[in-house]
Design a protein around this ligand. Sequence first.
Ligand code: NDP
Length: 317
Amino acid sequence: MTTLHSSTETLKLNNGATIPQVGLGTWRSPDDEGYNAVKSALKDGYRHIDTAKAYGNEEVVGRAVRDFIKESGVPRSEIFVTTKLWCTDFKDPVKAVKGSLVRLGLDYVDLLLMHWPLPMPEGEGKFPTNPDGSRKLIKFDEWNYLDTYRAMQKLVELKLTKAIGISNFNIPKIEAVLNDKDIHIAPAALQVELHPYLPQDELLAYCKKHGIVVEAYSPLGSAGAPLLKEKVLVDIAEKYGATPATIAVSWGVQRGSVILPKSVNPQRIAANLKIVTLSEEDMDAVNSIQKTTHKRLIDPDWGVNVFDTDYKFQKVE
Ligand code: NDP
């Protein structure tokens, strides 16, 4: 039986930087709740915070990071901050990231991810109204995720971010990035939905081969943490005197990915940093969950199916 310990495990990115394997997710962590969650996590020992322009909380996340640095003396260089480029900002990543940095109150982020490989019309708001009044994505071929990734390279040159990466990309789309003759900075990380219902074995193997760190989002099953009721996790947790969340996080760490559990509850934030070393047998048991339940939980209705490998950008007349 191994003992619970706070995770200090890190992985190496392709820019030479280290990234803590357990980071705090901040989607649906607004205002004071978001501020307190980030502050509490940093006090507990988290050194990795994941935010995004689309979460609408860069201001509170940044303020919590800055206040923690001031109060603790922990240097900025020891805290890994990620933010993401939203789909309506695809044509000018430099302008967009400068905006994120102003809201965060930081000079740079450690990782800037393209949030989805989906250009949306420019404009205010997360989902611009389309000419047909729908919230569905306008497909257009004047610009695509490769154009955006090419432009994101400038962010590293300008030292606005230390690393660039992608999110919600499937293998053919990653391959397109890696094979593009105008792309010379390979993605440092890929953030995707990953948990025992969607273990992403193929993506993990592919990214390992190409030196891309995989970051697991919604590792507890997203809102309400439905995964934590899964009997296999509950039974294993009991064996280790741990919680199902600890088993889910430990499984992710042991498979070599970054894990981003979100919580705004101080006890759960503290608990989610704790991991145990799972036996091979228990790893196998968690790996087998997908044989009975295999599902994707985040599949937004506003998008075309971005995981569809045949998707082509088309102009809407
Ligand atoms: P998670 O899988 O992290 O689950 C969050 C839910 O679990 C919340 O309802 C939370 O409630 C609850 N919870 C947290 N800890 C525990 C615990 N120990 N026991 C019981 N319940 C718990 O969901 P997310 O979808 O938020 O994913 C995590 C992060 O990944 C996001 O916050 C975001 O940073 C990132 N993400 C990125 C996406 C992308 O497109 N790149 C998409 C989705 C997420 P409570 O807060 O009340 O504790």
